[in-house]
Design a protein around this ligand. Sequence first.
Ligand SMILES: Nc1ncnc2c1ncn2[C@@H]1O[C@H](COP(=O)(O)OP(=O)(O)OP(=O)(O)O)[C@@H](O)[C@H]1O
Ligand SMILES: [Mg+2]
Length: 225
Amino acid sequence: MSEAREILVTVQEVWKAYDEGRVPVLQGASLEVRAGEMVALWGASGSGKSTLLHLIGGLDVPDRGELHVCGHDPRRESDRLELRRRHLGFVFQLHNLIADLTVEENLRVPALAVGRPTAQTTARIRTLAEQVGIAHRLKHRIQDLSGGERQRVAICRALMNEPRLLLADEPTGSLDEATGDLIFSLLKELAVRNGIAVVLATHERRFAEACHRWLRVRNGKVSDA
Ligand SMILES: Nc1ncnc2c1ncn2[C@@H]1O[C@H](COP(=O)(O)OP(=O)(O)OP(=O)(O)O)[C@@H](O)[C@H]1O
Ligand SMILES: [Mg+2]
């Protein structure tokens, strides 16, 4: 990965504890992610991978330390909204889709948040759905889809507003091995094709190794694996 690429994420000496300091999680964690690269956060259960993603994505705030994400400071409430609407996409372990809405309806939600015109949204939904092989399911409800299909939809949803950065928290964690491999490959291919940076939390070494770079999360810190 070229060193000349723009830095999209800077996490600098970040500390985070839960339960009024009784559960220390991050203790001086630092990392950088550049445009277009796919970076794994690899570590044991409870090591703080999700916590890190939540801080980067502005779903939580650190106790101490600096964060810069796509030109914004996710510690600031005013920046968080803009980050989540326009710059970031999230994919979670459980898809977090609305079960009794159709695929298409779910994919309209992020577009509504930024006021994108309907015709443009429809075209974007079709393009993404074709890219992940779910176009034939657009009128089906989420509850009628398989786990792998739901995760494809979740990836589309995360990409709807053309983010520069995708935060993926164990996106294959609820899938069987073969489906997990498929979803991982799809994510990587889409990210590379669209020049999107991905930060992927995983405890599975095979996925970490398949990223452009993998970082180890251990003892509250992040290091090169
Ligand atoms: N809101 C919270 N309140 C209290 N403790 C929390 C909270 N969120 C996380 N923790 C604790 O912080 C630690 C790190 O959690 P985190 O979810 O970041 O780990 P993880 O590396 O993502 O683990 P996993 O691989 O199981 O998803 C865990 O010990 C967890 O119990
Ligand atoms: Mg986690």
